[in-house]
Design a protein around this ligand. Structure first.
Ligand SMILES: Cc1ncc(COP(=O)(O)O)c(C=O)c1O
Length: 408
């Protein structure tokens, strides 16, 4: 038997049928008309946002929509956050249906000319990733007769310790190296851009509050140093994010309150050049991962060479991350449950596999579950971020999963 991650708190204490957003998993499947489906419980998203606001000093909260760009979820989350961060013109379009462009920022290397033009036309902030990109943005702005709004994305000489995905402290396609950032700011300001400040993103999926505290303090110091070098105070410093969620056995949830206390202190003591600066944190998974449950129905239960395989109607084509093929090096089990028998004692060791013709399509590897029968719904938790939109949905031609956002 191999361990599973712990169920999110909102589900861990349930017994009997799994309930989310006030209805049972069976109800949601009937409502969707078919399985598999994702259900996103907005009450959980709202609770995370409230916890963030209570823990943090007065800073802005941005939602990185790559984590879950579902239209209904965006519409529900938009009024609760101060900004949206996007990474393509497709995401920009979606974001603009729910938030004014002035509160949208666009980061990502390899922005095409048409994407730069879309952002400049809309008035979204470009988090500029290179000198070349800045030059293209100015040329496009001139052609359109518009002043680009620009922040400089800095590749910090800081790494976020313990993060699942490091994006600083090394050579990187993301942002401009810190040693070159001040010169770029000076050039941007001299060229007449509407300079918005700095975007400094050091990594993702960190569970260690101490590491985040350290990185935020270093980020504030870096922003101050660069502002001094450039000779202009930044209107906004986006401190990045990186708040992780506990996917796997042994993971311990991030102590956001510790991060908030330390950030309040660091901002209270910030260098004078940042005196008038606003600060933002951009989060994806921490806001939405635990709110999502992927529900898939058991098609077959079969034995092979002494092992039991529970074959379900959904797999890595919808929920790649749970198969261990997105964002992890070593495959470990996400939390799973038999939706009709929450809290029941496990009686057997089974592997939960999807319908795809690849051994990679394994959603639970040798996990302990209560009795499972054909027709049962299996719930895979932690499915609210990097699920449907981060999975190879066209692979093998199965239909997409439905996605349902619960109403508050
Ligand atoms: C620039 C940027 N912002 C935000 C995010 C969202 O990260 P997470 O979902 O871990 O909060 C990422 C993740 O890749 C990112 O690269």
């Amino acid at each position: 038997m191999k361990p599973m991650g712990a169920l999110p708190l909102e589900f861990a204490k349930q017994s009997g049928p799994l309930v989310l957003g006030g209805r049972t998993a069976d109800d949601w499947a009937a409502h969707a008309g078919d399985t598999p489906l994702f259900v996103y419980d907005m009450a959980i998203v709202t609770a995370r946002i409230a916890r963030f606001r209570a823990a943090m000093p007065a800073i802005d909260l941005h939602y990185a929509i790559k984590a879950n760009p579902h239209a209904d979820l965006l519409a529900a989350i938009a009024p609760l956050v101060d900004g949206l961060d996007v990474a393509s013109s497709g995401e920009l379009e979606k974001a603009m249906t729910v938030k004014p462009a002035g509160s949208i920022s666009f980061a990502g290397p390899g922005k095409r000319d048409d994407e730069l033009a879309a952002a400049i036309t809309a008035g979204a902030t470009l988090n500029v990733e290179s000198e070349g990109e800045a030059a293209r943005a100015f040329a496009i702005g001139d052609r359109l007769g518009l002043t680009p709004r620009m922040a400089v994305r800095v590749n910090p000489d800081i790494e976020l310790r313990g993060s699942g995905m490091r994006m600083g402290g090394r050579a990187s396609p993301f942002g401009v190296d810190a040693v070159r950032a001040a010169a770029l700011v000076r050039a941007i300001v001299a060229a007449g851009a509407d300079w918005r400040g700095f975007h400094i993103y050091a990594g993702s999926q960190a569970l260690d509050a101490g590491a985040i505290v350290e990185t935020q303090a270093a980020t504030i110091a870096l922003a101050a140093r660069l502002a001094e070098e450039a000779g202009v105070p930044p209107p906004l410093v986006n401190l990045g994010g990186g708040f992780g969620v506990p996917y796997f056995s042994g993971d311990v949830a991030l102590e956001v309150e510790r991060v908030g206390e330390a950030l309040a202190e660091a901002l209270g003591a910030r260098p004078a050049i940042l005196g008038e600066t606003r600060f933002a944190i951009e989060l994806g998974r921490w806001l939405v991962a635990e709110a999502g449950v992927y529900l898939t129905r058991v098609i077959d239960v079969k034995q092979s060479q002494g092992e039991t395989f529970v074959v379900v109607d959904g797999g890595l084509n919808h929920q790649l991350a749970a198969s261990g093929n997105f964002g992890t090096v070593v495959r470990r089990n996400y939390p799973l449950a038999v939706a009709a028998r929450m809290g029941d004692a496990p009686t057997e060791t089974v592997s939960v596999v999807g319908p795809l013709c690849t051994p990679l399509d394994r959603l639970g590897d040798k996990i302990a579950l209560p009795p499972v029968e054909v027709g049962d719904l299996i719930a895979i938790f932690m499915a609210g971020a990097y699920g449907a939109s981060a999975s190879p949905t066209a692979f093998l031609g199965h239909p997409p999963a439905s996605e349902i956002v619960t109403r508050l």
